[in-house]
Design a protein around this ligand. Structure first.
Ligand code: NAD
Length: 484
């Protein structure tokens, strides 16, 4: 039986309470997870504080950069272990792990080691009445102990997207992985031991949200700032927990992203991209497209072609290189997605394809499988068009005019990302300026340069991650004024 232990002050430790971890693809029991409560969070907070005052706080920039690169190297050396662990936890195909999710974790440590080495500080020469002047310059200081609360949909990628810049800036962290996916955060503890990261810099406390590790970390007075990726509703609770002590928050939250397809696009490339943006990771991608708007002249062809491609997706064994569709993360999430499948029918949708559970055979019968689903015919006000489902599904609607589709895209409480398909560059620029989101892709989707600003507007988030933008959250900017 596998045990997923906390990693506190450089040691793997257990606690009294536990819960079980299952593979979402087949329901197989993966092992026991120790649940952290107040005492484990206290220990981690003490260790994280001590490390700030101890050797870690005295590391030079070069030493920090060097250890970040060693972490990246060690993740790469243990690549297969990470792939196996994350496949078992998420049930997603090997191809997704090998080509995207695990390499990105190593890349996260490399990019922030580059950023921290090369970012300049600002300085001003200031005139003074005596003519001698003054020099103003800035320094960046670590914020302290960062609480890192993570979701399950791309566990290692999203966690390291926060831990890497936090460490690059000299902070220490207490990570709480999702209760659904405890494996890779635990494995990263082994990496930290192997590369000699000082004790207390990287801590992991497993557990759940309410009345568990998540709530105890976010309320802990020794946690100086909180970075969170997850549902908007959870973000609201965390914001309240962060209020005492005026602790800073960085939020990457939900989305209900619109994809817009004009008749002049490269049709085949657009279809390939929407197969990914709707169905990758079984639709469990915050940047995924659940609302698609297609110019009327190509609407029927687009709907039929995407539906054919959805039916051709191959679910099943995540180890099989030809598998292209994974399961939903949990029976609870499957029930949530199926409730939207039922609601779509009640709201009057035309089901183009899917709409039900996926019948599986053999070992895979025990997994959380649903059919890739496409609807048409719903009004923009339908809950299925307005609310984040986080499943392998989308609603496709026709449009006639540019202004009309901008209005559709913006009629959402979310504002994370959009993908626009057209060969008219002027139009692409016009739409990119008009659509209220943090990230716009033109003739592409999920094409990431880790130096660029990543984050959402409206209820999709607070703050930006990526490149120098991450430094805004992970450091305190200090101005020093010297009278000459
Ligand atoms: P979730 O909000 O249910 O859980 C995320 C984490 O928060 C988990 O570790 C959970 O245990 C913890 N948590 C729950 N309640 C808490 C509380 N009261 N206090 C402290 N911690 C608490 O989200 P999820 O279901 O794991 O992830 C899916 C969501 O994440 C979707 O809404 C998706 O859009 C969003 N997401 C956003 C981005 C982005 O970059 N914007 C990226 C990935 C996922």
């Amino acid at each position: 039986m596998k045990e997923f232990k906390h990693f506190i002050n450089g040691n793997f430790v257990t606690s009294k309470q536990t819960f079980d971890n299952f593979c979402p693809a087949n329901g197989r029991y993966l092992g026991v997870v120790y649940e952290g409560l107040e005492s484990e969070v206290d220990l981690a907070a003490e260790a994280a504080h001590a490390a700030l005052r101890g050797p870690w706080g005295k590391f030079s920039l070069d030493e920090r950069v060097s250890i970040l690169n060693k972490i990246a190297d060690e993740i790469t050396r243990r690549f297969d272990d990470f792939v196996e662990a994350e496949m078992a936890d998420t049930g997603q195909p090997r191809s997704v792990m090998e080509h995207a999710f695990i390499p990105r974790a190593a890349a996260n440590f490399r990019i922030f080691s580059d950023v921290i080495k090369s970012v300049p500080n600002e300085s001003f020469m200031t005139d003074t009445p005596d003519g001698a002047g003054a020099l103003n310059y800035t320094r960046r200081a670590p914020k302290g102990v960062i609480g890192v609360i993570c979701p399950w949909n791309a566990p290692l990628l999203l966690m390291t997207w926060k831990v890497a810049p936090a460490l690059a800036c000299g902070n220490t962290v207490i990570v709480k992985p999702s209760e659904e996916t405890p494996a890779t955060a635990t494995l990263l503890g082994e990496v930290m031991q192997a590369v000699g990261l000082p004790d207390g810099v990287y801590n992991v406390v497993h557990g759940k949200g309410e009345k568990s590790a998540g709530a105890f970390i976010t309320a802990h007075p020794k946690v100086d700032a909180i970075t969170f990726t997850g549902e908007t509703r959870t973000g609201t609770s965390i914001m309240k927990a962060a209020a005492p002590g005026m602790r800073d928050v960085s939020f990457e939250l939900g989305g209900k992203n619109a994809g817009i397809v004009f008749a002049d696009c490269d049709f085949d490339k657009a279809i390939d991209s929407f197969v990914r943006s709707v169905f990758l990771n079984c639709g469990q991608v915050c940047l995924g497209t659940e609302r698609v708007y297609v110019e009327r002249s190509i609407f029927t062809r687009f709907v039929n072609t995407l539906a054919d491609r959805a039916r051709a997706l191959k679910p099943g064994d995540f180890n099989d290189k030809s598998t292209t569709l994974g399961p939903l993360i949990s029976p609870q999430h499957k029930e949530k997605v199926l409730s939207y499948y039922r609601r779509a029918v009640e709201e009057g949708a035309n089901i183009v394809t899917g709409g039900d559970v996926m019948e599986m055979e053999g070992e895979w019968v025990g997994g959380n499988w649903v059919q890739p689903t496409i609807w048409t015919g719903l009004p923009e006000t339908a809950s299925v068009v307005q609310e984040e489902i986080f499943g392998p599904c989308c609603h496709i609607a026709p449009f006639d005019k540019e202004d009309e589709v901008i209005e559709f895209a913006n009629a959402s409480e979310y504002g994370l990302s959009t993908t626009i398909w057209t060969s008219d560059l002027s139009r692409a620029h016009r739409l990119a300026a008009a659509i209220e989101v943090g990230i716009t892709w033109v003739n592409s989707w999920f094409l990431r340069d880790l130096r660029t600003a990543f984050g959402g507007s409206k209820q999709s988030g607070i703050g930006r991650e990526g490149g120098v933008h991450s430094l805004e959250f992970y450091t305190e900017l200090r101005n020093i004024c010297i009278k000459l």
